[in-house]
Write a protein that binds this ligand. Sequence first.
Ligand SMILES: *Cc1c(COP(=O)(O)O)cnc(C)c1O
Length: 436
Amino acid sequence: MFSKNKIEKWKRKYSLLEDIINTKEVIWLNPKYQTTESHSDIELSKENIIEAEKRLNRFKPYIKEVFPETKKNNGLIESVLESINDFKGDLEDIFNTSIDGSLYIKRDDSLPIAGSIKARGGIYEVLKYAETLALKNNLITKDENYEKFVNKEFKTFFNEYSLAVGSTGNLGLSIGIMGATLGFKTTVHMSNDAKEWKKRLLREKGVHVKEYESDYSKAVEEGRKLSENDPRSYFIDDEKSKDLFLGYAVAALRLKKQFESRNITVNKNNPLFVYLPCGVGGGPGGICFGLKKVFGEGVYCFFAEPTHSPAMLIGMMTEEHNNISVQDLGIDNKTAADGLAVGTPSKFVGKIMENYLAGIYTIQDEILFQLLKKLYNKKRIKLEPSAVAGFPGPAKIRQNHIYKKFDIEKKNINHLIWATGGIMVPEYIFQEYLLN
Ligand SMILES: *Cc1c(COP(=O)(O)O)cnc(C)c1O
């Protein structure tokens, strides 16, 4: 907790803080952002991302076998890139501004297996743990066909081990589904934001769901503690996991190919602006890190947070990272964007983002619902509230004269809205969203 005095001092130092505390929408430009590569202090490299992609490739024959929906992509868990220029007019109407350049959407809402961005990091970390155990116990070698993981002996073996994770819902889904499929005893510690249908789905898959009255940070803390004392229990730590982060980062290598196949160039003169919904930071952070490694100075990443859960924003702005929570500032962390309902940001991610992230903006829940409805009515795309947080990005950028700051030619710009979740939302829940 911080004294009143300290907070008053910050208010004088950070001109946005007053508005943030009053849950007004803001946009923050990262003063430490560097367009060119000079981040020698970061322990993760592009090689680590490539290694992660190779690991996912080894698992393709297995994934294809256990998740038939991935057959058409040969076991690759990936989403499509779509042009969505016909939605520009709608954004212009809602935000009362013009949108420059071209508009794209990355459809992580329809990622196979877990239906959200968490299918990248979560599934990757579970697979890596499974591989590590299997190699160590001579069940497999890296040159063999990983389809072997479907064998009964693997399931029996993994059943001697447990996996645990703390979650607001979607990470639990991805870890729970992957963990249980491999045979692990899997426990998901769910915060009070987690939706009933997500808990039910996990229980149906044999996952142990523990519910908490408290928010996400507490669920993580409890889960971590319970796993600590058990050498056969592995805790997937959303607040500090490098593996999760690298699993997310692989998206950048895939996106590069998708842009290439459309003959779209990304460089200094043809910049790509990416808008990523942010909770604790791992998902958007991993993707931003990957994109910077792949596209360098050509890419500008912005995180989007709810006005009631601006955790990464206050953490990075004050540089207090996980020392500060939105609750410390009297903000309630209550938002319909459950995937983003995080009060304390990841320090691990905030530190890495120090020179990579261009900025963060916040958005009101009412706007999220307005966008969610418009997108469905016009395009029949079904997103969960968290997943539409990227849509205000292009308007925010324009309204705040961000191009000028970066000296960018407006007409050459490509906007990429990262749609982070949706396909698993049951129809009756989606209908409720439409009534909001
Ligand atoms: C988890 C989640 C995010 C944000 O990811 P973090 O790693 O928590 O920052 C964004 N959108 C959806 C739908 C999510 O479930």
